[in-house]
Design a protein around this ligand. Structure first.
Ligand SMILES: Cc1cc2nc3c(=O)[nH]c(=O)nc-3n(C[C@H](O)[C@H](O)[C@H](O)COP(=O)(O)O)c2cc1C
Length: 362
């Protein structure tokens, strides 16, 4: 029976263990969305992960509305990512980048005042992080077919750039209420064309984008992240299994490297939901590696791998606060607590200064 510390093949990547670093936005790039040197230190510190998934990385200016988040649409960004991927590889690690289009979550401040793109003309609840503090979201405009064609090209370019920058692969961010999720789920996709209505139609953009990623990177270097159950940033589906199970089956047929699910539970600490988890049904149709996330500790992680539900576990906040998380899990040692106040600040504090275990006498 496999356990967390056993190796696993994730598409083209041989991971030495089943402990993945979940994607974590940290806002340590420049205002022009160019990675900085401290990001190389941060990711290299965490190279013992079976696989690192980078923070959400913008595929285009239009798709990125997070202060100081990195992008992958210019040569300058590609050059600045190279030392990051090199540092991870030199430290013995592996790293995918997470390709991010935020859709309606992009505040017009990032777009010269223009409305953001989404499946339909909807408005996200809550407030956007902007360079001018928190501000209410604006109503999105429904993507035209030209917008969709341009967005597909942006995904292709960002994938090519990711490979040029030295990433081992790409993960499509199709979770958490961002663009792809806005198309997938029925409270944010109100379209009546080929991209809306039936679950099959709502999954069309996902399938077209994944085909672009596979075309550029190969299926063995392409992964996808979903968050099927519950509400995230106002995006919700009345029947998640009806859209996410067929989508997972299609992804299985494409032979992607792995599928990651962020799932909420009734007691979840990064969003909670009473809507049942979809992973058991997805497990039946997705035959590649299935990675689960949210609120895992050592015990629950081992149980889910032992039960056969998961092939690996992605840790978010624990990896943020524990550069040596793999070793701590191995020793069942306590974790450093994450400092929420420095999640999105700039500089090294709360970023590269979390202590590792002092391995006295070992
Ligand atoms: C500071 C922070 C930034 C995050 N950024 C991203 C992101 O860029 N992309 C993404 O898919 N999820 C993001 N998440 C969600 C995490 O990947 C993960 O799903 C969440 O932390 C729950 O897992 P955990 O209980 O192991 O922390 C973020 C979470 C936190 C706390």
């Amino acid at each position: 029976m496999p356990n967390l510390f056993d190796p696993i093949q994730l598409g083209d990547v041989a991971a030495p263990n089943r402990i993945l670093m979940a994607p974590l936005t940290r806002g340590r790039s420049t205002r022009e969305h160019v990675p900085t040197a401290i990001m190389a230190d941060y990711y290299a510190q965490r190279a013992a992960a079976g696989l690192i998934i980078s923070e959400g990385t913008g595929i285009s200016r239009e798709g990125l509305g997070w202060p100081y988040a990195p992008g992958l649409w210019t040569d300058e960004q590609v050059e600045a990512w190279k030392p990051v991927t090199e540092a991870v590889h030199k430290a013995g690690g592996r790293i995918f980048t997470q390709l991010w289009h935020m859709g309606r979550i992009v505040h017009p401040d990032f777009l010269g005042g223009a409305a953001p793109l989404s499946a339909s003309a909807t408005t996200a609840p809550y407030k956007a992080h902007t360079y001018n503090g928190k501000q209410p979201y604006a109503q999105a405009r429904a993507a035209t077919l030209d917008d969709i064609a341009r967005t597909l090209d942006d995904y292709s370019l960002a994938t090519r750039n990711a490979i040029r920058a030295g990433f081992d692969g790409v993960q499509l961010h199709a979770a958490n209420g961002y663009l792809i999720d806005q198309f997938l789920r029925d409270n944010s996709n109100l379209r009546d064309d080929d991209y809306g209505g039936s679950p099959e139609n709502r999954g069309r953009l996902l399938r077209e984008v994944v085909a672009r990623l596979i075309g550029e990177a190969g299926a063995g270097r392409t992964a996808v992240r979903f968050s099927p159950n519950g509400d995230t940033q106002g995006v919700f589906d009345s029947d998640p299994a009806s859209v996410f199970v067929p989508a997972a089956k299609w992804l299985s047929d494409q032979n992607i490297a792995f599928l990651e699910l962020r799932e909420q539970t009734p007691t979840g600490t990064f969003g909670s939901s009473d809507q049942p988890r979809v992973s058991p049904a997805i497990r039946q149709v997705f035959h590649g590696p299935l990675i689960l996330n949210q609120d895992y500790d050592l015990k629950r992680a081992q149980e889910e791998i032992a039960s056969g539900l998961a092939d690996g576990i992605a840790f978010g906040r624990p990896f943020l606060a524990n550069p040596d998380l793999v070793e701590r899990l191995r020793r069942d040692a306590p974790f450093n607590a994450p400092n929420v106040a420095t999640f999105y600040t700039q500089g090294t504090e709360g970023y590269t200064d979390y202590p590792s275990l002092v391995l006295a006498g070992s």
